[in-house]
Design a protein around this ligand. Structure first.
Ligand code: PLP
Ligand code: COI
Length: 339
């Protein structure tokens, strides 16, 4: 434990002491179980393995200066997991079970919550999988809900340092009426090739376009996209975008900073007009984007000056992380303490 170098943690998996599990059998959820194993015993015909019947969530716990451990908007993650469950016919996890599982898991791994000031946090990964056997394409009749935690550093390697992204037209992450708006594994499998191509070309992420027309910005890899222009926060609207809780929070903060907020389709050409661009999400927090390359047109878009984050992104970042880490008041009731 003491050997963890909190300030240089990657966004990756580090073993912690415990995870929690709950099984859904015969139409109902059982008791929450605590496990110290990193493995699950799964039927080889489980629907999660064959037909991708699985959903997950991602959230963080933060330690404040006062040593208090804070959960950020867990109820939104719980709601989203219910939407994912509905979308691919998983058994729904009630809020109370979701809450008890994440709280228990964080408490049992308390000493893995990175200290205040390290800019690291404890990533919480709830997972819901079809564990019952089926060979026909059908929903399972048994499910496993599991929560593990792992201490993480920034997703895009450098904390709040602008990154470069590449517009991909070769791959879609989600179909227009597909599952892009829920958090299911298949979307991430579908994004792997595009991300790999982008990484190989030196970009932090691929920027996906709308799958139907390839005219509008969809998602910034595993994060939502936003642009800033004329004191307006602009973020795409599309059925294939995951509704990001970070984005929703930034919209609220932007409004309270006196900005306008526009949620609507964002054509690629509009990139030209943005003063600042960023990717946002639990893992990404806010990752300012200073350059976007469009492989189809060969065009490169630049944002900000000298590869520095823009002032509005910096302010949004300061307020969001200030609330999360307890440096600022929480006027919205977004924080719950884990004691
Ligand atoms: N978009 C995708 C595809 C994601 O995987 C995530 C991460 O959860 C987000 C956006 C950001 O969502 P949130 O802010 O709720 O973490
Ligand atoms: C998150 O931001 O929580 C994500 O899930 C992104 C990625 C690591 C899948």
């Amino acid at each position: 434990m003491e050997t963890l170098d909190w300030k240089s943690l990657p966004f990756g998996y580090i073993k912690t002491d415990y995870n929690v599990r709950c099984y859904y059998r015969n139409g109902k959820w059982g008791e929450l179980e605590i496990s110290s194993s990193e493995y699950i015993n799964l039927h080889m015909a489980a629907t999660a393995l064959h037909y991708g019947q699985e959903a997950f969530e991602g959230m963080k716990a933060f330690m404040g200066k006062d040593g208090g451990i804070r959960l950020f908007r867990w109820d939104e993650n719980s709601l989203r997991m219910k939407k994912s469950a509905e979308g691919i016919m998983l058994a729904e996890v009630p809020d109370s079970l979701f809450h008890d599982a994440i709280v228990k898991c964080v408490k049992m791994n308390k000493h893995f919550v990175p200290p205040y000031g390290t800019w690291a946090s404890l990533y919480i990964r709830p997972l819901l999988i079809g564990s019952g056997a089926q060979v026909g394409v059908k929903a399972a009749n048994e499910y496993l809900f599991l929560v593990f935690v792992t201490p993480v550093g920034p997703y895009f390697k450098e904390l709040f340092k602008p990154v470069h992204m590449m517009i991909t037209r070769t791959f879609d992450r989600a179909a227009p009426l597909g599952t892009g708006n829920i958090k299911v594994g298949g979307n991430y499998a579908a994004s792997l090739r595009a991300l790999d191509v982008a990484h190989h070309q030196g970009y932090a992420s691929a920027l996906f376009l709308d799958a139907r027309e390839k005219k509008f910005i969809d998602e910034a890899g595993p994060a939502n996209f936003f642009g800033i222009r004329d004191n307006t926060y602009i973020t795409p609207e599309s059925h294939s975008i995951l509704p990001s809780i970070t984005n929703k929070s930034l919209q609220q903060i932007a409004r309270d900073m006196g900005m306008k907020v526009e949620i609507r389709p964002v054509p690629i050409e509009e990139l030209e007009t943005f003063e600042e661009v960023g990717a946002c999400g639990t893992a990404a927090v806010i990752s300012p984007v200073s350059l976007i390359f469009d492989e189809a047109t060969g065009k490169t878009y630049h944002f900000g000056e000298n590869d520095q984050p823009g002032p509005i992104s910096a302010k949004l970042y300061e307020i969001l992380t200030g609330i999360q880490m307890g440096d600022l008041p929480d006027p919205y009731g977004w924080i719950e303490f884990v004691d």
